[in-house]
Design a protein around this ligand. Structure first.
Ligand SMILES: [Zn+2]
Length: 212
């Protein structure tokens, strides 16, 4: 895909994120890896008001090319691309159920086998740090060790995938999991799946969905 086509898909993904109900207004952001950096939504602009040329290129070295300023959270996007080769696209959203759990500094334990979809026995919650800060990026990277999603305390969630459609689909799945856990916690403390069963599920997910 050309850079222009990719910018169009980044914007379409940001709009789809809001249409899917996992984000509202100009909060959240979307990016995809491109050349030696990534293309990311601009800061502070409603996605309906944006056109493809408002999507900004940021190099892994921090250089910016475009007519807008990148999302204030460009640092954790850069740091994820720099350290996780399998990350091809990132969705960050202030989705209601993830935010509810994140405001309780809550990790998601193995209450359901789908927790393994995000790489392990749990999904961690990154420690709070001011939005846009390097400290927040450091906390997010820490929470993402061995995982493709994390909550962000008093903030939201971040999910990455191989490409934009996958990252968006995983973000919707993650918010669904957060909603389910939130609902379960209204009834009580759920029984958890044990390490042995989660290891089995992780093994199955390694080949899940392959058509070959
Ligand atoms: Zn945010």
């Amino acid at each position: 895909m050309t850079e222009q086509e990719l910018k169009t898909v980044v914007l379409a993904t940001a709009r789809a994120m809001n249409a899917a109900g996992i984000n509202r207004g100009a909060a959240g952001n979307v990016s995809t890896r491109h050349e030696d950096g990534f293309l990311i939504t601009p800061t502070g602009m409603g996605y309906d008001a944006c056109v493809a040329d408002d999507v900004v290129f940021v190099g892994l070295d921090g250089r910016v090319a475009g007519r807008r300023n990148p999302s204030s959270e460009w640092r954790f996007h850069r740091d994820i691309y720099a350290t996780r080769p399998q990350a091809g696209a990132i969705v960050h959203a202030h989705s209601p159920f993830a935010v509810s759990l994140a405001c309780m500094n809550c990790e998601i334990p193995p209450f359901h086998y789908m927790v393994a979809r995000f790489g392990g026995n749990d999904v961690r919650c990154a420690e709070y740090a001011t939005f846009g800060s390097q400290a927040l990026s450091d906390a997010v990277l820490n929470a993402l060790i061995g995982r493709s999603a994390c909550l962000m305390a008093h903030h939201g969630m971040v999910v990455f995938g191989g490409d934009l459609p996958e990252a968006l689909a995983l973000a919707v799945e993650f918010e669904t999991l957060c909603e389910q856990y939130w609902r379960v916690r209204q009834i009580g403390d759920p029984q958890l799946l044990d390490d042995e069963e989660m290891a089995r599920v992780l093994e199955k997910f390694a080949s899940y969905g392959r058509q070959d």
